[in-house]
Design a protein around this ligand. Structure first.
Ligand SMILES: NC(=O)c1ccc[n+]([C@@H]2O[C@H](COP(=O)([O-])OP(=O)(O)OC[C@H]3O[C@@H](n4cnc5c(N)ncnc54)[C@H](O)[C@@H]3O)[C@@H](O)[C@H]2O)c1
Length: 323
């Protein structure tokens, strides 16, 4: 008998044994214990083996023996992690890296989308080394083709998108009167339009499942811009408005759309200039945020604890702006 079980949930691994379960699997077997390429005993009459490469997002063939004399039930499954597939854009550095690592630690399988293949892969490797599931996906999010292609690659590796974190951003600065069209357009494309493109592609899955979460990376600059970063601030103000529009439109599909608005965060780009030393004087908490603190807020907004929150823009700025 050949059966197809749509979702195998990756539970974790111990030595060379990998644990999976599937809600659609026959009731007699509530937990599968499978070892790479060979049959293994799993308590009483249950035993199983699989062929294929382990890890979430892998198509596998599974044979299960319900007893020594019974015929094997063969199944073909698509592995997903317990929480599902989360896509993190700009996940190769700074806040995105922290978000990818935090979500993976909580049981999400994570696609790390980044312009730099090396950085995306390095973060995916860190996660895999820690026992999580991740794929690095190199793509240029400044174009519609690049963004859609990135999400498509992620989906074919790790399954339907259940959560999207639009985090990617660039923040060039300079005098307003010197802004060139091409610089303005690049900031808009990366910081705002990629959010549209990646959301549209991910919403195909979310709307079909009538469930999903999107968290957008805004910034304190989208609310209170300073001098020298007009394009960035305009894009971040756009992110705030886009978040609210999308939240209103997606509520009927059970899809939550929220944003986080960090102040100053200890990321490589921020630390390489001295501007933070002046800024810190205006932060009541008296220090910059750690990337992991932004990741924790994102994780909360993606969690079941936040199901009644949508269209919200959460300040994470140490008290710099209270609105
Ligand atoms: N660092 C802060 O203090 C701070 C404060 C408020 C908001 N933010 C926002 O948080 C987000 C992350 O900031 P960060 O400081 O961690 O940034 P970062 O520069 O450390 O990381 C951004 C990543 O995005 C990638 N990237 C850039 N352009 C890309 C493109 N075209 N296609 C694909 N990937 C691309 C980069 O390769 C990099 O790995 C941004 O949206 C930023 O605006 C940061």
């Amino acid at each position: 008998m050949l059966k197809c079980f749509p979702n195998w949930y990756y539970l974790g691994k111990s030595n060379d044994t990998i644990f999976y379960e599937s809600p659609s699997y026959p009731k007699e077997v509530d937990l599968l214990r499978v070892s790479r390429g060979r049959r293994t005993e799993c308590g009483g009459p249950r035993s199983a083996f699989y062929h294929g490469f382990g890890g979430s997002g892998t198509v596998i063939t599974i044979g299960v023996f319900l007893g020594t004399n019974s015929l094997p039930i063969l199944g073909v499954g698509f592995l997903t992690s317990q929480k599902g597939h989360a896509v993190v854009t700009g996940g190769g550095s700074g806040i995105g890296r922290a978000i990818a690592r935090t979500l993976a630690g909580e049981g999400w399988s994570v696609s790390v989308l980044d312009l730099s293949e090396e950085r995306a892969q390095a973060v995916a490797d860190e996660i895999t080394r820690d026992g999580g599931t991740a794929r690095g996906v190199a793509c240029d999010l400044s174009t519609r083709d690049g963004a859609q292609g990135g999400v498509l690659k992620a989906r074919s590796a790790l399954g339907p998108v259940k959560a999207l974190v639009n985090n990617v951003g660039i923040y060039p600065s300079g005098p307003f009167v010197e802004i060139k069209d091409q610089d303005w357009d690049l900031v808009m494309n990366v910081c705002l339009k990629s959010f549209l493109w990646c959301s549209q592609e991910s919403l195909v899955d979310m709307m079909a499942q009538r469930s999903g979460k999107i968290v957008n990376m805004a910034s304190i600059d989208g609310k209170t811009p300073g001098p020298g970063n007009a394009a960035y601030s305009a894009a971040k103000a756009g992110v705030i408005s886009l978040t609210r529009s999308l939240a209103a439109e997606m509520a009927e599909f059970n899809i939550n759309v929220n944003a986080v608005a960090p102040g100053w965060v200890e990321t490589p780009n921020i630390l390489k200039s001295d501007r933070w030393k002046e800024a810190i004087k205006r932060i009541p908490i008296g220090r910059l945020a750690k990337p992991e603190e932004i990741a924790d807020a994102v994780s909360f907004l993606l969690s079941e604890k936040a199901v009644y929150i949508t269209g919200e823009v959460l300040n994470i700025n140490g008290g710099m702006l209270m609105d």
